[in-house]
Design a binder for this molecule. Structure first.
Ligand SMILES: *Cc1c(COP(=O)(O)O)cnc(C)c1O
Length: 365
């Protein structure tokens, strides 16, 4: 938190707008529309997960419909598919950005030509092969939902993530690049789609003088207090991205003489927000991810494992999984050999030296 957040929260209190609507909600949406540009429209919601749910509801996912999803991602990407009775089919990652492999996606469309939608995440703030994924979806005339929950501030071909496909999803959960404590947005070029999302998020209340409902709605709107935090955080978004990039740069410097360590890769045409810096250990590394996790944990420094691929989750046992080649999936390989490094923008130079010193020590440096 900085200074501006409290200013907007105070405004909400002073005007007594403590409700799921008000000047901060409108202002936060407008700020995001301006930040993303490209004719985007935005609606602020209670969570990124709620935004994903509304996207699938509006697309019209019905019980039994197949939806292609990133495999290596957080469960929130895919859980909402099932809220509508949809059935996720997971698509393996490629090695260049760790995101959905367009080649595997093509194979999936050949195998399941009836699939109704695609959702792909930009993992750890690194843009996926968004143009290719979008082109494939256009070719099959299937809507593409871009899960940009982790990648606000990142660009692909100079275009902000969140603006690709039929709708984009943002999250302001406590750990994201900007936070409102909890919250999300649904963004789209399609103004009608965004209006529909806002309507469904407000219990689908019809614009009548009395309470009239023709369809089932949800209580998914963002509160005016929470939106005040968001407005204040927007001011600092770019500086957060710069700070995250500095963290990554420090890891790059610290590990450049250790051939066993590489960092999470990104595409040349993309500019990641470096939300989390992750490492991948070479196959012949004597040091494993859990050795590093334990060594840092002994100094009270937290690391996180890579997301466990969805096709390996007990809850999705029996769901389809498509990869480019037989053998161990790319996602599982990254899960086995990878680790998320401490990437908080409050990490001091001293913190970073301590972290990198402990890791270097494990490699005898
Ligand atoms: C955080 C996250 C979400 C969900 O956002 P919430 O605001 O926490 O509901 C969705 N997808 C990914 C990839 C995320 O990291």
């Amino acid at each position: 938190m900085h200074d501006m957040e409290m200013k907007y929260i105070k405004e909400a209190f002073d005007t007594n707008w403590v409700a799921p609507l008000g000047a901060n909600v409108d202002g936060f949406e407008k700020d995001m529309e301006e930040y993303l540009g490209h004719g985007m429209h935005a609606t602020a919601l209670s969570a990124g997960t709620a935004a994903i749910h509304l996207a699938f509801r509006i697309i019209g996912i019905k019980p039994g419909d197949l939806v292609f999803s990133s495999d290596l991602t957080f469960a929130a990407t895919v859980n909402p598919v099932t809220y509508e009775g949809g059935v996720p089919v997971f698509i393996d990652s490629e090695r260049e950005s760790w995101n959905m492999d367009p080649e595997a996606l093509k194979i999936a469309f050949e195998k399941y030509p009836d699939a109704k939608a695609v959702i792909a995440a930009n993992l750890y703030g690194t843009p996926a092969k968004l143009k290719e994924i979008e082109e494939i979806c256009d070719h099959y005339n299937v809507p593409f939902i871009e899960d940009a929950a982790e990648s606000l501030g990142a660009t692909y071909d100079g275009i902000p993530t969140g603006t690709f496909g039929k709708a984009g999803i943002l999250s302001f959960n406590g750990n994201k690049i900007i936070t409102t404590s909890g919250g999300g947005m649904l963004v789209s070029h399609d103004e009608e789609l965004v209006k529909k999302a806002r309507f469904l998020a407000t219990q689908a209340r019809e614009p009548e003088r009395y309470y009239q409902h023709k369809e089932i709605g949800f209580n998914y709107r963002m509160s005016n207090i929470v939106a005040g935090i968001g407005r204040g955080q927007m001011v600092y978004l770019d500086s957060h991205v710069e700070a995250k990039k500095m963290i990554r740069k420090k890891y790059e410097e610290a590990f450049k003489d250790i051939p066993e360590i590489s960092l999470n890769p990104y595409l040349k045409e993309s500019d990641p927000n470096c939300w989390l810096t992750c490492m991948l250990l070479s196959e012949d590394s004597k040091v494993g991810p859990y050795d590093i996790m334990d060594a840092l944990d002994a100094e009270n420094i937290e690391t996180r494992p890579i997301w466990k691929p969805m096709h390996l989750q007990p809850v999705f046992k029996g769901n389809g999984f498509v990869q480019k080649e037989e053998g161990m999936s790319v996602g599982e390989d990254i899960f086995n050999r990878g680790l998320c490094l401490p990437s908080d923008i409050k990490n001091t130079e001293e913190d970073m030296q301590k972290i990198t010193g402990i890791i270097r020590g494990l490699f005898g440096k």
